[in-house]
Design a protein around this ligand. Structure first.
Ligand SMILES: C[S@@+](CC[C@H](N)C(=O)[O-])C[C@H]1O[C@@H](n2cnc3c(N)ncnc32)[C@H](O)[C@@H]1O
Length: 218
């Protein structure tokens, strides 16, 4: 038996993915082309732009969620940091894998309070809330301090323009062999350039079209 294929996880995930698919946002349709570009490139407007998209779930795909579950199980990971909780779909996959590994801790980060409340509820409904700490506020501040001494996996899935900055904050705590999974990585040229040019310390590959998967070599 595993959490991924058991109740209540299965039916909860089906319901949440359906809800995510159905969610709409009048704000995104009203965005100018400059605002659309700023969503992935601006290091100053991200709080305002993402706040306008608070009704959108923007989750990882089911395949990426299952890949996260696999990676956490296969590596026996116990300590995970996540940039970008939203309504908690990726967090659910990670926490399910931690449960099946025998325990652990996810530190996730989200600044939109309404999303945090719903993510917390989803984690409670799945019986996984005890494994997760959601840090409220800008991850550029909340992930700057009080990180565990040794981190097994980092998921980058918040504002695209900040992937490189968040990676730099967390990197000193990544253990040798730690994985970094960056979702929608093709939107993050600064991060891709950074992770792919540190060949002595990271091996990094594009994966499944929209993921960059990297391992810390030492
Ligand atoms: C792509 S969604 C995350 C989806 C989530 N990982 C999932 O699979 O359900 C990105 C989220 O990151 C949040 N976010 C963006 N920039 C952030 C920042 N600097 N600090 C905290 N949260 C941020 C947004 O509010 C949004 O909810």
């Amino acid at each position: 038996m595993n959490t991924l294929s058991s109740a209540p996880f299965c039916s909860l995930l089906d319901r949440l993915f359906a809800e995510a698919d159905a969610a709409t946002s009048p704000a995104i349709r009203a965005f100018t082309s400059e605002e659309r570009a700023a969503l992935t490139t601006s290091k100053t407007q991200y709080l305002d732009l993402y706040a306008q998209l608070k009704d959108l779930w923007l989750p990882v795909s089911r395949e990426t969620g299952e890949l996260l579950y696999m990676l956490v199980r296969a590596t026996g990971a116990r300590t995970i940091v996540e940039f970008g909780t939203s309504f908690g779909i990726s967090t659910l996959f990670i926490a399910a894998a931690l449960r099946d590994n025998g325990g652990g801790r996810v530190i996730s980060s989200e600044f939109e309070m309404s999303k945090i409340e719903r993510a917390q509820q989803n984690l409670e409904d799945a019986g996984l809330a005890d494994l997760v700490e959601i840090r409220a506020g800008d991850a550029m501040e909340t992930l700057r301090q009080d990180l565990p001494e040794s981190i097994d996996l980092l998921l980058l899935d918040g504002a695209k323009a900040l992937y490189a900055d968040i990676f730099e904050l967390v990197a000193p705590k990544l253990r040798t062999g730690a994985l970094v999974l960056a979702d929608d990585a093709e939107m993050c040229p600064e991060y891709l350039s950074l992770i792919r040019t540190t060949k002595d310390r990271y091996l990094s590959l594009p994966f499944a079209g929209d993921i960059e998967l990297s391992v810390k070599l030492g």
